[in-house]
Design a protein around this ligand. Structure first.
Ligand code: FES
Length: 460
């Protein structure tokens, strides 16, 4: 039986994103066995892997932090709770006993075989076996990589969702739900506190542990089928779970939430950054690229959410500066949403172009941050069009994406014609355009293929 790793674990062990591994598989540079990777195959494709380099396991986390400026967790700790660590170590101890028993049995067999060979007249086979046994064992890179994987298994359990096949890691003191959301998955949930039952999922294999008491009452059938609340338990071992995920805007209910203003800052002369925070137990479920209605001071506007759905509590908006006078810190803003269908075509394997200008950047930022959070390298090129020769207001953020992602390109240019010059045939691309009326009409003149356009219902 070959030693196999899931794609997510393999990516962590060699310090690349899961998308990078998938790309190698698509290009035929890596082959899989039953959907998983052989350890030897991984080492062949990544010979430069530094087995003893502990920084290796941190690289993917650094990529995401650099690229999304992810805020620290509420209780910043990379380690799970003591209870979870003990449970994982007990399980590892049992595995160790099994391996040691098997090893002892093999040793005894080897000794018996050696003794039997010694009794034969021709002892050349006996001498050969003795020499082989006495050879100093070499350090096997594959075994060392598996040892790293064991350490990874103590720090973080891996969860696979069926039927989608999505994978993510549960780290620190996260519930399974929190870990899924951080990984950019649109899993079903509601209250996040064990009351509504919206996050219930069937544990198909593996062990979970409750991390809070909850009020939701399971039916007898649900108990028999091993249903659990993902918001109220964490993973002790690697898991396979059957859980509902949103794939389209229609899968997500309309929500009304009273939020608080937590940050106000000028992005440039014309744009204001507004950060709203929801209550801890009533975060906003949305898909990247959607927008919300904001009500404040007898005013109602629609605005695209500029942040990643992996953090449904802290919501970023880039508004016209004229609204600055309406807001104060900690003021209540009524939010209704999400709206809109400018969302990623998740099942598309086609390369992707994003085209934007100052007015259209928020949904594009949300889409790109979502792609980064989900370890999915489908981004190819971002174009930021501006006829004014001034630096775009989030130029540095776009440059940080280039540094963080292996295949990401970013071009700041004065005309959309640049896109057509670079990509004369866009028929095999997914193209997302968000921006001013000028940008949209310029796109309609030069792009002949189908593309996705970000549209608000219109502000009142
Ligand atoms: S989200 Fe409501 S019970 Fe888990």
């Amino acid at each position: 039986m070959p030693q196999l790793l899931t794609l997510s674990r393999a990516a962590r062990l060699v310090g690349v994103t899961r998308g990078a591994i998938q790309k190698k598989i698509q290009n035929g540079e890596l082959s899989t066995f039953e959907g998983q990777l052989k350890v030897t195959e991984l080492l062949r494709a990544y010979p430069e892997t530094q087995i003893d380099d502990t920084h290796m396991l941190e690289r993917v986390k650094q990529i995401k932090t650099a690229a999304t400026f992810t805020r620290p967790r509420d209780h910043e700790s990379a380690l799970p709770s003591t209870d979870v660590l003990i449970a994982r170590l007990i399980k590892l101890g049992k595995e160790l006993i099994e391996v040691k028993s098997a090893f002892k049995r093999q040793n005894e067999l080897l000794k018996t075989t050696s003794n039997k060979l010694a009794e034969l007249e021709d002892d050349s086979l006996h001498q050969w076996l003795k020499a082989e046994i006495q050879q100093h064992p070499k350090l096997d890179p594959a075994a060392q990589l598996l040892a790293n994987d064991t350490v990874l298994g103590i720090i973080a359990a891996q969860v696979k969702i069926i039927p989608s096949g999505h994978e993510f890691f549960v780290e620190g003191k996260d519930s399974i739900l929190q870990a899924a959301l951080r990984a950019g998955l649109a899993i079903n949930y509601g209250c996040e506190s064990g009351n509504c039952g919206a996050c219930k999922a069937r544990i198909v294999s593996g062990e979970v542990q409750a991390i809070r008491n909850y009020d939701y009452v399971f039916t007898d059938l649900e108990k028999q089928m091993n249903y659990q609340l993902l918001c109220s338990c964490t993973a002790i071992t690697d898991l396979t779970i059957e859980a509902a995920e949103a794939h389209n805007p229609e899968d997500i209910p309309l929500q009304q939430i009273d939020t608080k203003v937590k940050k106000l800052a000028q992005l440039n002369d014309e744009l204001l950054l507004l950060r709203l925070q929801t209550p801890r137990t009533n975060t906003l479920r949305f898909l990247a690229g959607q927008y919300a209605t904001l009500q404040f001071d007898n005013t109602e506007i629609q605005a695209f959410i500029a942040s990643c759905p992996c953090d449904g509590r802290n919501l970023e908006f880039h508004l016209n500066s004229k609204y600055n006078k309406f807001f104060d810190l900690n003021q209540t803003v009524k939010l209704e949403g999400p709206h809109g269908d400018f969302v990623l075509q998740e099942n598309s394997k086609r390369p992707t172009l994003f085209i934007t200008d100052d007015q259209g950047f928020p949904p594009i930022k949300s889409l790109i941050e979502h792609v980064i959070a989900s370890d999915n390298e489908i981004i190819n090129h971002l174009y930021w069009i501006s006829q004014e020769k001034i630096e775009h207001y989030q130029h540095n953020l776009c440059r940080s994406w280039v540094d963080a992602l292996d295949d990401f390109k970013y071009t700041a240019t004065e005309t959309i014609n640049q896109v057509v010059t670079d990509y004369p045939d866009l028929s095999n691309f997914e193209v997302y355009i968000a921006g001013s009326e000028n940008l949209i009409s310029a796109a309609a003149k030069v792009l002949t293929n189908k593309y996705h356009i970000a549209k608000l219902r219109g502000n009142k």
